[in-house]
Write a protein that binds this ligand. Structure first.
Ligand code: SAH
Ligand code: SF4
Ligand code: F3S
Length: 452
């Protein structure tokens, strides 16, 4: 009888994509997906360690799983992803009921490694520089005879993530990613285009290309068989030409090396969605310098102006950290001023969190928790007001939206601008359907539309 698996994913889109790859490799080794965690023979936690809170969530779930293991001693528990990469063997010492710890570059070896865990737990966390990102289509199969295995962990069947590079060489002083994902490695561009073709042919309409800093795609290793170069804007052009691809997006981009070639893609590529996530982190040059972000506020504001010139309707979102070590009230006010200057359509904002192995741990001037919470509250309150103002501008506009979930009566859809659009309609729309709606109401984080 075949064994069953259940994957719980934490963290960013790259982890979501990795979970699909894990599911696929397990399915190729005769595992079937379990309906829930409690009935699975193998539980995989694909983890995130970006902030202390993310790691705590993993640890408390692992604590809870002790009970499952007592009830079913044959249960296997695998910890994959960024916490696994950082903790390695130490994780098994803290949590002896874990059978396998798999780092970010070993996820496709899970079936083989788990088979060796009957007597002893296993750890695979070596980080290589010549690492190859696993292919979605297995090496042994061609694009023509291959059918994607089903995995219900993929939240939106008509939208898929495609990893184009992994790792990061930027070493922002607060960030664990260079430590958990290793050095920057770009995939061969042909592999990426092939993967997008297969996905689109199987019905996917919305593709998001993933990398920690897509601007440096193709800069650190060869990405074509003949050694010719391919920059990120060139890759975007090639992907956008895949027949029948409706919507193309990408994330994330570091402002330090955002080029005009890339900005022009928003003007020139018709299926590239007019939305851009451009994390700024802080509005103070002093703080940006201590974060090792390598740009100034002036440069960031100029980039936003240029971007809006190329594509006036572009939707701009960002990430902010408040309470970075040494951030004074004056520095924080500069972040608040930036909000008024740029008027982001949305943002993700976080309290600075000390992460093991990062250099900001040693910086002086730590801001206390209460003060970080106060700054976060002030930031989010003002950003929410701006979100509402920005969203109100969409009232009266007509968008083609893609149905993501819901049933006759109420549906949740997504626009090219990446807004969630709620609609009420008595008709039956399958997920993935594209329908025209007119926006009649705006909230802080979503829009409402009427079917035309
Ligand atoms: N590669 C992306 C960021 C990925 S991490 C980029 O460079 O833009 C996602 C976000 O988490 C970051 O943009 C940052 O705002 C936040 N973050 C990362 N490390 C953090 C830390 N130690 N404390 C608080 N927030 C952090
Ligand atoms: Fe982290 Fe900076 Fe790399 Fe983004 S660019 S992943 S914030 S080190
Ligand atoms: Fe988290 Fe790792 Fe992504 S730390 S944000 S899962 S790269």
């Amino acid at each position: 009888m075949s064994s069953s698996f259940f994957i719980k994913t934490f963290g960013c889109q790259m982890n979501e994509r990795d979970s699909e790859i894990i599911a696929q490799s397990l399915q190729q080794h005769d595992y079937v997906e379990a309906l829930d965690m409690d009935s699975a023979d193998l539980i995989v936690l694909n983890t995130c360690s970006i902030r202390a809170k993310a790691e705590q969530k993993v640890m408390s779930l692992l604590g809870y799983l002790r009970k499952n293991k007592k009830r079913n001693p044959k249960l296997k528990i695998c910890v994959a992803g960024c916490v696994a990469q950082q903790e390695g063997k130490a994780l098994i010492e803290r949590m002896p009921h874990v059978n396998l710890v798999v780092g970010t570059q070993h996820i496709n070896q899970i079936p083989a490694l788990i088979a060796n865990t009957d007597k002893h737990s296993q750890v695979a966390t070596e980080l290589k520089t010549d690492y190859q990102i696993p292919r979605f289509i297995p090496e042994t199969e061609t694009h023509d005879n291959w059918e994607a295995p089903q995995f219900s962990g993929g939240k939106r069947p008509f939208s898929k993530f495609v990893t184009i590079m992994q790792g990061c060489n930027n070493y922002c002083t607060y960030c664990v990613v260079p430590h958990t994902r290793g050095r920057e490695v770009s995939r061969m561009f042909k592999d990426i285009v092939d993967e997008v073709k297969v996905l689109v042919e199987s019905g996917v309409q919305d593709i998001t290309l993933l990398g920690q800093n897509v601007n440096s795609y193709g800069l650190t290793n060869q990405v074509s068989d003949d050694g010719s170069a391919c920059s990120f804007p060139q890759l975007l052009k090639k992907v956008s030409q895949v027949p029948n691809l409706k919507r193309l997006r990408f994330t994330t981009s570091n402002p330090k090396d955002l080029s005009h070639d890339l900005m022009r893609c928003f003007r020139d590529l018709p299926n590239l969605c007019p939305q851009f996530h451009l994390p700024v982190q802080s509005g103070s040059d002093k703080v940006l310098k201590r974060m090792n972000r390598k740009y100034t506020m002036e440069k960031y504001i100029q980039l936003v102006q240029d971007l809006r010139e190329y594509c006036p309707e572009i939707i701009l979102t960002t990430d902010i950290i408040v309470g970075f070590p040494g951030e004074t009230e004056d520095d924080f006010q500069k972040t608040m001023e930036l909000l008024e200057i740029v008027r982001f359509d949305g943002s993700f904002s976080f309290k600075y969190s000390d992460r093991p192995g990062t250099s900001s741990v040693k910086l002086a001037g730590k801001v206390d928790e209460e003060e970080k919470s106060r700054r976060l509250r002030l930031f989010q309150n003002r950003q929410n007001e701006i979100c509402l103002d920005q969203n109100n501008k969409h009232i009266g506009r007509i968008y083609e939206v893609m149905v993501e979930s819901g049933s006759a009566g109420k549906y949740q859809c997504r626009s090219i601008t990446n807004h969630i659009v709620h609609i009420e309609a008595p008709s039956i729309f399958e997920p993935g359907s594209l329908i025209s709606v007119k926006i009649h109401h705006a909230g802080h984080h979503s829009l409402q539309g009427k079917v035309l």
